[in-house]
Design a binder for this molecule. Structure first.
Ligand SMILES: C[S@@+](CC[C@H](N)C(=O)[O-])C[C@H]1O[C@@H](n2cnc3c(N)ncnc32)[C@H](O)[C@@H]1O
Length: 260
């Protein structure tokens, strides 16, 4: 089976086994909460239309709807089973009039909604496209969903995996590698973003979390207490609260607007 089909099956299967949980997207609970906090900084309290491309089961979208009573959301994902789950949760929620979930492939612009949004979110979805050209095509496609609005790109970048591994080596920890279904954004893709968009904001919000959860905690677990790491540990909860220092976080946020 071609890799892109295997990846789609992976998400469909997870939607069935994990239901409405955050685990359909990532087991790293505290990092998912950090992502939500970061996205919320870029949502206004006024009326705002938002599209979340690669919405999965809508876990984050329900949180945005809860926090911002004036937004409306369109969640899109190519994993049909994730969209079935998202619609099931929606039908049991108080957000039926402010949200819709539909099936769509980020690479297939023909099936995009024929309307514009104030904000488009793409969060840990471009990395599933496995190729620089696909990632750049997807970003160009997403631009068709905004006029004067913004695109919030929240994705891991390759350079910081290298940087984080340098730090891990200093603590005698093995390198981390990208999951089989990910290709983090390369410098080439970042150059494309800067060449084609106004990058209003680019910052690394996850560095402290990664230093503690991917270096300090594994070092303590491996070298001091001979145990394994757990995403739900109190150390990770503490790491989520630290002010950001350094540039070791894989997850970055880029807020893009169209060039005039
Ligand atoms: C790691 S999950 C992230 C989900 C959600 N954005 C979040 O941050 O919690 C990646 C999601 O992207 C979706 N996805 C991957 N490739 C896609 C594509 N070509 N078109 C639409 N959705 C895609 C997957 O089905 C999956 O739901």
């Amino acid at each position: 089976m071609p890799i892109l089909n295997q990846i789609k099956k992976h998400w469909d299967d997870l939607s069935v086994s994990k239901g409405s949980s955050y685990k359909t997207s990532w087991d790293d609970y505290y990092m998912v909460q950090k992502e939500i906090e970061e996205v919320c900084k870029h949502i206004s309290t006024g009326i705002e239309t938002i599209c979340d491309f690669g919405c999965n089961n809508g876990y984050c979208d329900f949180e945005f709807l809860h926090r911002f009573p004036n937004i409306t959301m369109t969640g899109i994902d190519y994993a049909e089973k994730a969209i079935i789950q998202a619609n099931k949760t929606l039908s049991e929620s108080a957000y039926k009039n402010r949200c819709e979930f539909v099936v769509g492939d980020i690479l297939d612009i023909e099936n995009y909604p024929k309307k514009k949004f104030d904000t488009v979110i793409v969060k840990r979805t471009l990395i599933n496209l496995m190729d620089d050209n696909n990632q750049m095509k997807a970003i160009a496609n997403l631009a068709s969903l905004i006029d004067h609005g913004k695109i919030i790109v929240m994705e891991p970048i390759e350079t910081n995996l290298y940087r984080l591994n340098q730090l891990r080596r200093a603590f005698a920890l093995p390198d981390l590698s990208q999951p089989w279904h990910n290709k983090y954004l390369s410098d080439y893709v970042l150059e494309y973003i800067y060449a084609n968009f106004n990058v209003k904001i680019n910052y690394n919000y996850s560095s402290s979390y990664y230093i503690v959860s991917r270096v300090l905690y594994p070092w303590i677990a491996t070298h001091l207490v001979n145990s394994t790491v757990d995403y739900l540990s109190e150390i990770n909860r503490l790491a989520m609260m630290f002010p950001n220092v350094g540039d070791y976080g894989l997850q970055q946020v880029f807020v893009l607007t169209k060039k005039a």
